[in-house]
Design a protein around this ligand. Structure first.
Ligand code: ADP
Ligand code: MG
Length: 648
């Protein structure tokens, strides 16, 4: 500034400088309202943040019921009613005063409540019209206090049941600049609904309702704080099909406990919004946890798909700092490496243990596509079963139903010819298929009676290969269809990975060591991890201050951008204290190799080859999905098939 003023022509800069000086005011203490509005800038970003703070207060007060009503996306009204402990009349004026809280003793490291900063209510009161009506169990009557744009009104008697009702009207009326940033009713309502869902997952024994003028309403009856109850609450929030497609996680390491559920790899989303994380019961959005989840699934999901997860971390409050940001959604772990390692390890182990399992949604969706209801004529419903089929068939002229064009006609056989055969797919009828137009060398695998033992296996006995890529197999009670290319790709990948991680990764010497200049801390961190890096084939060492010399790189990487790789690794070590990046990159290459080296669709397989593939899939963890996260097989239960044909 000084240099500019001195060197620049008189006029321009000097004038600006002077005008700034002229505006400078003497130092003075800000008013209480100004201080609260500044705090509100951070704590109260939008209506959803008000709801979050008020619901947290209700839960801290031990409520078993929390009712939320909003209007105008929360900008015109937010009302939160609870049946918690209430606020005694003489304390009402303290509740809206800054830095007044009933939750923090003298130890900032021992936080066991959701709130502790004592600034939510005064912040809201400085930017909106706030009223609090409350009654304690012992209080004879309720009392009420108001605060509008920072002006506190006198406490008045009121009528209410035990608990507290907090009403916020005209949010941001006192700070119109903030009001301009609101996104519109819909977006604000859905943010509010998200906040309530997020917190409700952690409090299954509390009943939550959210009502508003729009469609983002919620009704979450209490489910109870038992393992079943917690899962039931998760299902209320995330949908009933999540538990069917999830694996339970329960792991402990060095005093840190991780519990919850993660989706199986074939049940994914396009974004990470359905990843809920809690630290000691507090909903958090944490980069480390998100990164650990990504790392754990890196192997089984494509880059653009995301697992659905609900994870609860429980650890000594003294080993995690929640006082990072006024909104309290950020945390810092004292031992980030431990937390990351626990999450990655527990999820990977659970995925491997879950073995082979395809998403139920895939098969259900397919059944729906097959259902008679999907045919181009009105179907009276599943209960009337095959009679409607017959009726439709006999009345085909008038109903417009053409059996020969039906998507569920049996192969290419004449429809009327097949129809009277009530025992359809029974083994004795197999011969009928063999005389059909599809009988060729590659479809004959199933002509012999399948061995009884094979029928009892998860993927059953291979009976045929169709469209040169799909293996049709049979178990005692289902029909299994395997995508042979996807399955084989996965098996090759798992084998390559095993080979990769069971011994040192082969490396290649660089002709000249490559020197990478880095901030000194990064160079130091890399040097500290040099032994692990060497195991993955990356040989590096310190090269004076602020640099490392790379002498060897993993041969699998081929010609690689060493500078970029080393910098990425340094970043990761700084963030998470791990070298996952290198491992992930090597895995990715293994995946690419697997993709090129596996059985292409189109190759004809003999019966023994097909059965061998099925057995190998059963023995390989993770083989239920291909490297890109798609299922490698689907299973149709005989019962469902029979339902399709109106036999049930
Ligand atoms: P904090 O939650 O950080 O303590 P707040 O400004 O949110 O700060 O609340 C201030 C105080 O008001 C709380 O410490 C609590 O004693 C009281 N309070 C607020 N809401 C409720 C409620 N719904 N039920 C009982 N007490 C409440
Ligand atoms: Mg609070």
């Amino acid at each position: 500034m000084y240099a500019l003023e001195r060197d620049s022509p008189p006029g321009c800069w000097a004038q600006l400088y002077e005008s700034m000086y002229a505006k400078a005011m003497p130092i003075r203490q800000l008013s209480e309202t100004m201080i609260n509005q500044i705090a509100a800038g951070e704590v109260i970003e939008r209506p959803a943040s008000v709801v979050k703070e008020l619901v947290e207060n209700a839960l801290d007060a031990g409520a078993s019921r929390v009712e939320i009503v909003t209007a105008g996306g929360g900008l015109s009204l937010i009302r939160v009613t609870d049946d918690g402990s209430g606020i005694a009349e003489p304390e009402l004026s303290l509740a809206v005063a800054r830095h007044c809280t009933s939750k923090l003793s003298d130890d900032i490291h021992d936080i066991r409540s959701l709130g502790f900063r004592g600034e939510a209510l005064p912040s809201i009161g400085s930017v909106a019209r706030l009223s609090i009506r409350s009654r304690t169990a012992r209080g004879d009557s309720a009392a009420e206090i108001g605060i509008e744009g920072g002006r506190v009104s006198a406490v008045k008697p009121a009528a209410a049941n035990q608990g507290t009702t907090v009403e916020v009207r005209d949010l941001f009326f006192a700070t119109p600049a903030r009001l301009k940033f609101m996104k519109g009713e819909r977006a604000e309502s859905s943010a509010t609904s998200d906040v309530v869902k997020r917190i409700a997952i952690a409090f299954p024994s509390v009943r939550f309702t959210l009502a508003g003028a729009d469609r983002s309403t919620l009704e979450l009856p209490a489910t109870g704080d038992t393992p079943d109850g917690r899962l039931a609450r998760v299902a209320q929030v995330m949908g009933k099909d999540f538990p069917d497609n999830a694996i339970a996680i329960d792991a402990m390491r060095d005093g840190v406990h991780l519990a919850g559920h993660v989706s199986i790899p074939s049940y994914t989303r396009a974004n990470a919004l359905q990843q809920y994380a809690y630290v000691n019961g507090r909903p958090v959005r944490d980069k480390l946890i998100a990164g650990a989840i990504r790392g754990a699934f890196a192997d089984v999901l494509p880059r653009d798909r995301h697992a659905v997860t609900v994870l609860f971390l429980t650890l000594d409050p003294a080993t995690v700092d929640v006082n990072v940001h006024p909104a309290k959604a950020d945390v810092r772990f004292r031992d980030p490496g431990l937390v990351r390692g626990l999450i990655v390890g527990a999820i990977r182990e659970a995925l491997a243990g879950a073995g082979i399992r395809a998403a139920t949604t895939g098969a259900t969706g397919m059944m729906a596509a097959f259902r008679p209801g999907a045919a181009p004529y009105a179907h009276p419903g599943p209960t009337s079963g095959h009679r409607s089929y017959e009726a439709a068939y006999h009345a085909s002229g008038s109903s417009g139903f053409d059996p020969s064009r039906s998507p569920h006609r049996p192969l290419d056989m004449g429809y009327s010819e097949m129809w009277p055969q009530r025992n359809g797919f029974a083994e004795s009828e197999q011969a009928a298929f063999d005389t059909g137009p599809l009988a060729s060398a590659d479809t004959r695998a199933g002509t012999a009676e399948p061995a009884e033992a094979l029928l009892g296996m998860v993927l059953g006995a291979a009976r045929a290969q169709v469209h040169e890529n799909y293996i049709v197999a049979q178990t005692r009670d289902s029909l299994v269809i395997v995508d042979q290319h996807a399955a084989h790709e996965r098996l090759v990948y798992e084998a390559l990975k095993n080979a990769l991680h069971s011994r040192a990764v082969p490396s290649q010497m660089l002709l000249l060591p490559e020197i990478v200049d880095l901030p000194e801390e990064d160079a130091e961190r890399l040097a500290m991890h040099s032994q692990t890096l060497a195991k993955f084939g990356l040989g590096l060492e310190r090269f004076g201050p602020g640099a490392v010399a790379v002498r060897e790189t993993p041969s699998m990487l081929g010609e690689t951008n060493v500078q970029q790789l080393v910098r990425d690794l340094a970043d990761e070590i700084a963030d998470n204290d791990t070298v996952e990046t290198l491992k992930e990159r090597l895995d990715k290459i293994a995946a690419t190799m697997a993709c090129h080296g596996s059985v292409r669709s189109g190759r004809l397989l003999k019966a023994e080859e097909m059965n061998a593939l099925l057995r190998q899939m059963e023995a390989t963890p993770g083989s239920g999905t291909c490297n890109h996260g798609r299922p490698t097989y689907i299973e149709l239960k005989l019962a469902d098939i029979e339902r399709l044909f109106g036999r049930r």
